[in-house]
Design a protein around this ligand. Structure first.
Ligand code: GCO
Ligand code: MG
Length: 396
């Protein structure tokens, strides 16, 4: 089965998505997601100008060989743009192979280890009463695990409270002290309101320092969080040793990792409990599955990144991966803009009872309507610029 064509489709049904569609001489096509939030067009060029010309005429079944060729052959390995481009090809080829076999993708990976995947949506509140109201609403929709993000008194919006819109980057203010004084109280207040049964999660989004991170993880132990996420940037993986020494709060990390080498020490030294890599940003099913197998040696569980910028295609791939992976933990489920349903047809769904279903369609079960995609042209958009109150640039 030869690859005859490949094209990149950029659309913005509520937010930007970059999709690669690969066609074959067997009449079977597959799609993969290549969205890198705020840097979308660089992956478009990477694919169109550099990758697509090398794919035409190749055997669509040779997923591993094509992955290795794109990774080794480019010389400039790793990095979010390269790995998202490789991921898009990889996921599209797994989609094709599974369709050719007439099977849902999870069957090719080794078959189902579970029937449904525990997921967590986001509860956002500008203040604590608004957050509690949102948590109650999500409980009413059947969710058993909920991520909590709340506006911080004195600094207005913080990470995860307001949705990003199109246009140039917005400036946001951040203060570690105000966050540190508020976050433990906020998390405890939600625990008191919902009781012990609900799993609660929180994302610090790389915004504090290592010793504050250790202190926060220690202080919130009585809340029994499912996890604390991205306490500090993990460019220097050693800092997680410090945090680990002080606390038994579960830690999650890795949504911005794109290589198994980004998480090697963290996994081997058991410095985290959940690994957040997802197919689109970590080299597709081919590499994410390798990372999961490696993590399983230390009983570290998967938790694919599932913010709104992971397209419905990435969700299809992640849910088939989740259906198979023995050391599955949880799947983030932030949801997509309403308009995305006009462009992407998905076999996956929410079951109304806290879990996601992969669906049984051949492939990863997601299709793109190209005519509909044209109705939603690309709109330049960015993540925000974060600054401390004195103007110092900080981590988004
Ligand atoms: C999460 C993430 C996201 C990221 C976003 C960046 O845990 O869901 O931290 O909200 O900020 O994916 O593009
Ligand atoms: Mg996160």
């Amino acid at each position: 089965m030869k690859i005859t064509a490949a094209r990149v489709i950029v659309c913005a049904p509520g937010r930007n998505f970059v999709t690669l569609k690969i066609e074959t001489d067997a009449g079977i096509h597959g799609i993969g997601d290549a969205t890198v939030n705020g840097r979308e067009l660089s992956v478009v060029s990477y694919l169109q100008d550099h990758v697509v010309p090398t794919l035409i005429g190749r055997d669509a079944h040779a997923i591993e060989d094509i992955w290795q060729m794109l990774y080794r052959g480019c010389y400039w390995r790793r990095g979010p743009i390269t790995m998202a481009a490789i991921a898009a090809v990889d996921v599209a080829l797994w989609d094709i192979k599974a369709k050719a076999a007439g099977m849902p993708l999870y069957q090719l990976l080794g078959g189902a280890s579970r029937s449904r995947m525990l997921c967590y949506p986001h509860a956002r509140g500008t203040d604590l009463p608004a957050l509690l109201e949102r948590v109650a609403a999500l409980r009413g929709e059947g969710y058993r695990a909920i991520r909590l993000q709340c506006g911080i008194p004195g600094i207005g919006d913080s990470y995860g409270v307001k949705r990003q819109g199109p246009g140039l980057p917005e400036e946001q203010v951040w203060d570690i002290g105000k966050y540190m004084r508020f976050a433990p109280k906020m998390l405890q207040a939600v625990r008191d309101a919902v009781g012990e049964e609900v799993e609660l999660l929180h994302d610090t989004h790389h915004r504090i320092t290592p010793i504050d991170a250790a202190r926060l993880a220690k202080e919130v132990e009585p809340v029994n969080l499912y996890w604390l996420e991205d306490l500090v940037p993990a460019e220097n993986q050693e800092v997680y040793r410090l945090i680990r020494q002080h606390s038994v709060t579960r830690l999650a990390l890795g949504e911005i990792f794109n290589s198994i080498h980004d998480c090697r020490e963290l996994i081997q030294e058991q410095l985290i409990d959940f690994i957040r890599v997802t197919p689109v940003h970590a080299g597709g099913i081919t590499q994410v599955r390798r990372i999961a197998d490696f993590a399983a040696l230390w009983q570290i569980r998967t938790a694919c990144h599932g913010a709104g910028d992971m397209s419905p295609v990435t969700f299809g791939a992640a849910l088939h991966f989740g259906r198979w992976v023995p050391n599955f933990g949880i799947q983030e489920f932030a949801g997509h803009p309403r308009e995305a349903a006009e462009v992407f047809r998905c076999a996956w769904s929410y079951d109304g009872d806290g879990h996601l279903l992969s669906g049984e369609a051949p492939g990863h079960g997601v299709e793109i309507d190209e005519a509909a995609a044209e109705r939603f042209p690309y709109r330049r958009s960015y993540l925000g610029n974060v600054r401390l109150e004195d103007g110092t640039a900080w981590n988004y």
